[in-house]
Ligand binder design. Structure first.
Ligand code: AP5
Ligand code: MG
Ligand code: ZN
Length: 207
């Protein structure tokens, strides 16, 4: 099954993607994670993307479309994949339709006020993609899954969070109608607990 997770920053796309991908045995493809790794490694793509990400803007369509096209050509995507954070503009969705067949789009819906709190307390693992909130870490700074040191993302500063939310409403939210019109959209309430949200997603996927 080829799946897209849609939703605002902090909705829980990454959190649920890790669990759903483990459950279904498919790769999680997060354009945000790929770009952050490129920045860390200092690749040309990373250098080009950094200023956009730091401002909370979207990286140009051409850059992310090429990343996803190459990634989906890898052998581990043959039996399905989950796109987390792509597409994010109508142009990306149209490009994707030219090289991939999507079976289901899960929109994880959460109000803006909740998102600001979630993002300001978020800690992430750059090694395995694990995502945590300070409220569940009991002061620990290590990833429970792989032991790596957790970091706070540079774009989780309050000003940047607000501009990411604006960008989401202006450029990404239109994809809700885009996929509704194509009969692919299901919506889950992302303000549920992590377990209830996971169960709701699996039931929509028939998994
Ligand atoms: P990206 O990394 O994709 O960030 P994002 O979409 O802003 O989404 P987040 O990762 O912030 O949120 P999430 O929904 O994954 O939430 P999470 O599970 O972590 O993109 C970053 C940047 O890269 C973009 O701004 C852009 O510049 C660039 N980029 C990436 N893709 C691009 C594209 N396609 N085109 C152009 N540019 C692109 O959860 C958040 C927090 O909430 C965590 O602390 C978690 O523990 C907590 N939490 C999660 N679920 C729950 C729950 N049910 N209850 C309570 N707490 C919860
Ligand atoms: Mg994420
Ligand atoms: Zn980890």
């Amino acid at each position: 099954m080829n799946i897209i997770f849609l939703g605002p920053p902090g909705a829980g796309k990454g959190t649920q993607a890790v669990r759903v991908c483990e459950w279904l045995g498919i790769p999680q493809i997060s354009t945000g994670d790929i770009l952050r790794r490129a920045i860390k490694e200092g690749t040309p793509t990373g250098l080009a993307a950094k200023a956009y990400i730091d401002r909370g803007d979207l990286v140009p369509d051409s850059v992310v479309i090429d990343i996803v096209r190459e990634r989906l050509a890898q052998p581990d995507c043959k039996s399905g994949y989950l796109l987390d954070g792509f597409p994010r503009t109508v142009a990306q969705a149209e490009a994707l339709a030219s090289f991939a067949k999507i079976d289901k789009v899960v929109d994880i819906d959460v109000d803006d006020q909740v998102l600001v709190d979630r993002l300001s307390g978020r800690r992430v693992c750059l090694t395995c993609g694990g995502t945590y909130h300070t409220s569940q870490l009991n002061g620990s700074t290590r990833c429970e899954r792989c032991g790596a040191e957790l970091i706070q993302r540079d774009d989780d500063k309050p000003e940047t969070v607000l501009s990411r939310l604006k960008v989401y409403h202006a450029q990404t939210a239109p994809l809700i109608d885009f996929y509704k019109e194509r009969g692919l959209l299901v919506t889950v309430d992302g303000s549920l607990s992590m377990d209830d949200c996971f169960a709701a997603i699996l039931s929509h996927l028939g998994a």
